[in-house]
Design a protein around this ligand. Structure first.
Ligand code: ADP
Ligand code: MG
Length: 237
């Protein structure tokens, strides 16, 4: 794995304005993320972790500062351009799984793929197979989310995130709603993806989850207050 910089955040600021208050959710954020990094972002509730992940994932735009993604300045691009880049290069995993309840497992995984140009049903079907096999959920292809346990739903959400073979996975408290057994299964899966070359940025409250990453970024009050490379404690066999 090379240490190529894929994400460069330079003096990023994010301000939310409501009727009478302005909240600086992020200020003076400068962060370089290298290909192959597995970063854990920690910090108290409300310190800006999810906001930072949304900006990295092009779900939102900074109020100020520069964001360069794979050599392209994406600080000022349009909503459509952001959506296209997101769809091709970034996979998201959320605490609450965010599966669509009236779609089956395979339909949930197919949905983001179906927005791509130059992809046909057969290719989509292959990618669904690939993703379900990775998370060991092939036997639940026709099930609906409500027919699955929380741990299984999160595995399907991970399958949806990886089906398009993104270079970057962003996970916001991915184990926050899971018991310890399912937490372990999800962490193991992320570790495997990392070992296969995927860059991962994970927001977490859980020290055990954070301990799996090889770089620890700590936030406080909208700022990065620590950033250190560590050797992962429980690397996969
Ligand atoms: P964390 O994920 O670390 O708990 P967030 O990134 O969700 O923190 O929030 C950081 C700060 O920004 C908080 O003060 C929060 O209330 C505020 N904030 C987040 N999203 C919005 C929004 N859409 N509108 C207004 N304020 C927001
Ligand atoms: Mg959050």
């Amino acid at each position: 794995m090379t240490n190529k910089t894929i994400i460069q955040l330079d003096n990023i600021e994010k301000k939310f304005s409501t009727e009478d208050v302005e909240t600086y959710a992020l200020s003076q954020i400068s962060l370089n993320i290298n290909s192959g990094d597995y970063i854990a972002i920690t910090g108290p509730s409300g310190c800006g972790k999810s906001t930072l992940l949304s900006l990295i994932g092009l779900l939102d735009v900074p109020s100020a500062g520069k964001y360069v993604l794979s050599g392209h300045d994406v600080s000022q691009i349009s909503r459509d351009e952001r959506a296209a880049i997101r769809n091709e290069h970034i996979g998201f995993v959320f605490q609450s799984f965010n599966l669509i309840s009236d779609m089956t497992v395979e339909e949930n995984i197919a949905l983001p793929l179906s927005y791509r140009n130059n992809i046909d049903q057969k290719q989509i079907s292959h990618l669904i197979d690939f993703a379900l096999e990775k998370v060991d959920m092939q036997h639940r292809r026709k099930h609906f989310p409500s027919q699955l346990s929380g741990g299984q739903q999160q595995r399907v959400a991970i399958a949806r995130a990886i089906a398009g073979k993104p270079a970057l996975i962003l996970a916001d408290e991915p184990t926050g709603n899971l018991d310890s057994k399912n937490t372990d299964a999800v962490l193991e899966l992320l570790k495997k993806l990392h070992n296969e070359g995927t860059t991962i940025v994970m927001v977490t409250h859980d020290p055990r989850s954070a301990g799996q990453a090889n770089r620890q970024v700590e936030m406080f009050d909208g700022k990065i207050v620590a950033d250190q490379v560590v050797s992962a404690k429980n690397s996969a066999a």
